[in-house]
Design a protein around this ligand. Structure first.
Ligand SMILES: Cc1cc2nc3c(=O)[nH]c(=O)nc-3n(C[C@H](O)[C@H](O)[C@H](O)COP(=O)(O)OP(=O)(O)OC[C@H]3O[C@@H](n4cnc5c(N)ncnc54)[C@H](O)[C@@H]3O)c2cc1C
Length: 358
């Protein structure tokens, strides 16, 4: 197996696979490493109806096509391969992968996405996999003929609530605010579905049951009124947490732990780029992840070419069209949390060195 690649992509979701397609097609020696199954969050999506050019497909179908495309151009994909150590400082980047050994690359694209956010209740952990799920695609059919609860009020929550009505007898959508954050069409579709009812302004207090989930207890945020919703399933769609904690000593993160980039998706380390849900941005969709994968790949190709020519790369923050990181993208760091490094990107230099961390 080759040990040196032009570019190593960490994460094989929509962003990483797209980067792989562009890189391999540009004849870059490309390795894509994922510690899980290939596809990331797309695998969790039962039906994707908003990916241009594809009228209706499951996330898994789109993943299979993207992977085929990347491999057909020559990208190598390693799934179920844990990245154990990285060293991103210097001209040659090092990526150590469990059972596969150490690889080096001229550029690295970080496309590690995110995982569904949890409420943090003790009873939530107790019923995870025994009624509590984060994936309608994976678990929806377990709830054929049952009553279920969907927690959340964004696009994912309402779209997945609608998809779950294929199986469930009833779906109660529980949301913390008096309005939804979802797009109007998603709200309209959910409201038009006779199997869905809505409980607004609710705090989820507890999940109760025996061997498996039997009910979700919620409290009205203003009146405190407690409601016990009988349910054998509860699906949580309340946002995401970026998979970046392990990167905090390697690249700049903002207060939410998102990787800070400039418009060309360069991080504050020369030759290291970030794409997809792991980076600081406002909208997280397959299309935006795909766009990021494209931009990061093209920028990485330029970086590799400049290294090959021995020319100096333009430092982050010197791109004429680069727009500053907005305050909405970079929230203030909470005490004890990762520092907000967004302003570092405006410094006319790449980070000199960083420690290699497990
Ligand atoms: C339930 C649900 C439904 C959705 N529905 C839609 C929809 O209908 N339309 C739409 O456009 N968007 C939808 N989205 C959002 C969309 O799926 C994501 O925005 C997009 O897929 C993100 O892609 P990504 O490549 O940035 O990250 P991810 O898909 O999260 O991929 C990241 C990959 O990186 C890997 N990884 C993480 N850490 C490491 C590590 N240390 N080492 C190696 N690999 C690592 C992960 O295993 C994963 O495979 C949905 C999301 C969810 C959760």
């Amino acid at each position: 197996m080759d040990r040196h690649y032009d570019v190593i992509v960490i994460g094989a979701g929509a962003a990483g696979l797209t980067a792989g397609i562009y890189l391999a097609r540009a004849r870059m020696r490309t390795l894509i490493v994922d510690h899980g199954t290939v596809g990331g969050q797309m695998i969790l999506t039962y039906q994707v109806a908003n990916y241009p050019g594809v009228e209706n497909a499951s996330g898994a179908e789109i993943v299979a096509t993207m992977r085929r495309q990347a491999e057909s151009f020559g990208a190598r994909v390693l799934a179920h391969s844990e990245v154990q150590r990285i060293d991103l400082a210097g001209d040659v980047k090092t990526v150590e992968v469990e059972d596969e050994g150490t690889f080096t690359a001229t550029a690295v694209i970080l496309a590690t996405g995110g995982v569904p956010r949890m409420l943090g209740l003790p009873s939530e952990a107790a019923f995870k996999g025994r009624g509590i799920s984060f994936c309608a695609t994976c678990d929806g059919d377990f709830f054929e003929g049952k009553d279920i609860v969907v927690i959340g009020g964004g696009n994912s929550a309402l779209e997945e609530a609608v998809s779950l009505t294929k199986y469930a007898t009833s779906v109660t959508v529980v949301h913390e605010f008096d309005h939804f954050q979802a797009q109007p069409w998603a709200v309209d579709e959910a409201r038009a579905n006779p199997k869905i009812r809505f409980l607004m302004e609710q705090d989820v207090r507890e999940f109760v049951g025996g061997e498996s989930l039997e009910a979700v207890v919620v409290a009205h945020k203003r009146t405190g009124e407690i409601t016990r919703i009988p349910a054998e399933g509860a699906f949580l769609f309340i946002g995401y947490v970026p998979n970046t904690a392990w990167l905090k000593d390697h690249v700049a993160l903002n207060g939410r732990g998102e990787i800070v980039t400039d418009e060309s998706l360069r991080t504050d380390v020369a030759g290291v780029f970030a794409a997809g849900d792991a980076r600081a941005k406002r909208y997280r969709q397959i299309t935006t992840a795909v766009a990021d994968g494209t931009i990061a790949a093209l920028a990485a190709v330029e970086h590799v070419a400049s290294r090959a020519k021995g020319a100096g790369e333009k430092p982050a923050g010197k791109e004429p069209a680069a727009s500053p990181i907005t305050s909405s993208e970079a929230s203030p760091a909470a005490p004890g949390k990762a520092r907000d490094h967004s302003r570092l990107l405006r410094l006319p230099r790449a980070r000199a060195s960083r420690a290699s961390v497990s």
